[in-house]
Design a protein around this ligand. Structure first.
Ligand code: NAD
Length: 248
């Protein structure tokens, strides 16, 4: 179940955090995975090592998803080198947390550029080979914040809600071409993004999790793996929530 043998997958933001776990999990099930990230390649080295330990293979590709030309070039390179592109996981994301009155134009622009525009550029660069193959999987990482709301995350929440609209629209646009498009909505997950939150914010988040624990990147990776698999071929346009019951 959930094998991805011979599939080629691109995971954005794959050098650390949830993205690392996504890369390792897809690779462990047989996919050839390319991790795309803006960080230095030495940060991504851990992804390569963990994948190897799990019996899989990940290659690293430095690329900023907010640069359309760079994304196009990077994806073309993958298609030429590996011959196909079956799976895209739009995981790269940033959060700039603050109350509405402190939000600047630059915060809005940068957050939307990575979280929404970047996902659109990547989907645009990935869709042609999927259409040609009459098969493909796109999974977008949204957040519980998009549906639940969270004080101090006005820009982030708006951008992640945008990804749900993107998911549903792409799902309808490419269903007839055999491409499914879904979103995964993590809740409170243990990564660098949440480790740096103030202690009160962490306690507040944890108190809202009925299952009573912080989520692990692997919890998210399991959901993404399922949506990328053949077993999920009749699921499109959905948000699969991985949040310990924070939003039901
Ligand atoms: P993280 O900050 O640890 O990792 C995000 C990755 O995206 C980093 O490797 C970063 O370098 C990369 N990235 C940022 N800007 C980029 C760009 N312009 N081009 C390419 N790569 C870029 O965050 P994480 O916690 O692992 O989150 C991964 C995804 O899950 C994000 O989309 C985030 O919004 C979402 N999410 C996380 C949580 C959580 O609790 N951690 C909850 C809900 C949703």
């Amino acid at each position: 179940m959930f094998r991805l043998d011979d599939r080629v997958a691109i995971v954005t933001g794959g050098f650390r955090g949830i993205g690392r776990s996504l890369c390792v999990t897809l690779a462990s099930q047989g996919a050839r995975v390319v991790a795309v990230d803006v960080l230095d390649e030495d940060v991504g080295h851990g992804t390569v090592v963990e994948a190897k330990d799990a019996g899989g293979q990940v290659e690293l590709l430095r690329c900023d998803v907010t640069n359309e030309d760079a994304v196009f070039e990077a994806f073309e390179g993958v298609k030429k080198r590996l011959g196909r592109l079956d799976i895209l996981v739009n995981n790269a994301g940033i959060a700039r947390d603050m109350l509405l009155m402190r939000v600047s134009a630059e915060d809005i622009e940068k957050t939307f550029a990575v979280n929404v525009t970047g996902a659109i550029y990547c989907a645009k660069a990935a869709i042609r080979p999927m259409m040609r193959a009459k098969s493909g999987r796109i999974v977008n990482l949204t957040s519980v914040v998009a549906e639940l709301g969270n004080p101090g995350q006005v820009v982030y929440g708006a951008s992640k809600a945008g990804l749900i609209g993107l998911t549903k629209t792409l799902a309808r646009e490419y269903a007839s071409r055999g491409v499914t498009v879904n979103a995964v909505g993590p809740g409170y997950i243990d990564t660098d993004m949440t480790r740096n939150l103030p202690e009160e914010a962490k306690d507040f988040m944890l108190a809202q999790v009925p299952l009573g624990r912080i989520g692990q990147p692997q919890d998210v990776a399991n959901a993404v793996l399922f949506l990328c698999s053949d077993e999920a071929s009749y699921i499109t346009g959905q948000v699969l929530r991985v949040n310990g019951g924070m939003y039901v």
